[in-house]
Design a protein around this ligand. Structure first.
Ligand SMILES: NC(=O)c1ccc[n+]([C@@H]2O[C@H](COP(=O)([O-])OP(=O)(O)OC[C@H]3O[C@@H](n4cnc5c(N)ncnc54)[C@H](OP(=O)(O)O)[C@@H]3O)[C@@H](O)[C@H]2O)c1
Length: 280
């Protein structure tokens, strides 16, 4: 793997670049969001992951403006909520997200989850493909789709010519999702890892502590490095100044193949929701 740094990017199917480290804002209260995102941008993050559901899109965009960075230097993601599935509802949700943020375009818009049935999913996707053509978003993707949802979408894309740029999933050593990861890697789709810190529930895990001592890095940094070395784009969330900085200091060490193996637990333990298994 070529050495990565905080400015590194991957190229998506759309032709646009996505920074290899993102900053998450799920459960960041709106009144704390502008400060946290501004802090992250000052530390060097160039990628913010929001969603309509998080109710802090406006504050994320405010921080991007306050940072003094050029709009084109910050990668901004939002997501279509589960209550806006279907063509018309998704079109409206996209416009509403851009209006709330007061942004001309998003870098990435994802369907948050595969709920609502096939017709609604296809309608939502068609609305995203149109939004991409209209320049409302540069890249498009899905989150929380199971392989059966992805196969369905691939069939649909043969009719409408859409391309998936990004898949966003809960991914960490206790939920490595080999089937989904393989599906995307075969198609050159960038994989983002949400809850990459396992929502702070595994910081005292003995495997992690051992690696943390070996590399003189914190358990959080080991988890984020695992994610980077798997080829994912991790999206750690924090409202704590010191941790925002700590979570970005992951480019100066490397886990060995044996370390990576140690963290291959083979477990399937989601800490967030898991719509990948939904059957409708
Ligand atoms: N697409 C989806 O369905 C979906 C679902 C969930 C999340 N996401 C995205 O992924 C992002 C990250 O996931 P997440 O928020 O679920 O969880 P996470 O990033 O795995 O964990 C966040 C938790 O870890 C704590 N933390 C952060 N840095 C730490 C450190 N260095 N040491 C110890 N604790 C630390 C945070 O506390 P403090 O904030 O108090 O510092 C917070 O409690 C979200 O914010 C969102 O953007 C997407």
């Amino acid at each position: 793997m070529a050495p990565l740094n905080i400015q590194s990017t991957y190229k998506m199917n759309s032709g646009y670049e996505i920074p290899v480290l993102g900053f998450g804002v799920y459960q960041t209260p709106p009144e704390e969001t502008e400060k946290a995102v501004l802090n992250a941008l000052q530390v060097g993050y160039k990628h913010v992951d929001s969603a309509k559901y998080y109710r802090n899109e406006h504050e994320c965009a405010q921080a991007i403006r306050a940072s003094g960075l050029k709009r084109s230097d910050v990668f901004y993601t939002t997501k279509v909520p589960t209550n806006a599935m279907g063509y018309q509802q998704t079109k409206e949700a996209i416009d509403s997200s851009l209006k709330t943020a007061n942004l001309e375009y998003a870098d990435l818009i994802l369907i948050h989850a595969p709920y609502g049935g096939r017709e609604a999913r296809e309608g939502s996707w068609r609305a995203l493909v149109e939004a991409q053509k209209e320049g409302k978003t540069r890249s498009i993707g899905v989150s929380n789709y199971g392989v059966h949802h992805l196969d369905e979408l691939e069939e649909y894309n043969k009719n409408i010519g859409g391309k998936i740029d990004v898949g966003q999933y809960e991914l960490h050593p206790w939920l490595a999702r080999p089937d989904i990861v393989e599906w995307f890697q075969k198609r050159n789709v960038v994989i983002e890892a949400y809850s990459p810190l396992v929502q702070a529930q595994k910081m005292n895990d003995p495997l992690l502590k051992k690696l943390s001592e070996k590399h003189n890095k914190t358990p959080a940094q080991v988890l984020l490095r695992w994610s980077l070395q798997k080829g994912f784009v991790p999206l750690p969330k924090s409202v704590t100044d010191k941790r925002i900085e700590e979570n970005a200091a992951i480019f100066d060490f490397e886990l060995s193949p044996e370390d990576m193996q140690t963290l291959s637990t083979g477990e399937y333990c989601p800490v967030c929701w898991d719509p990948t298994v939904s059957k409708d």
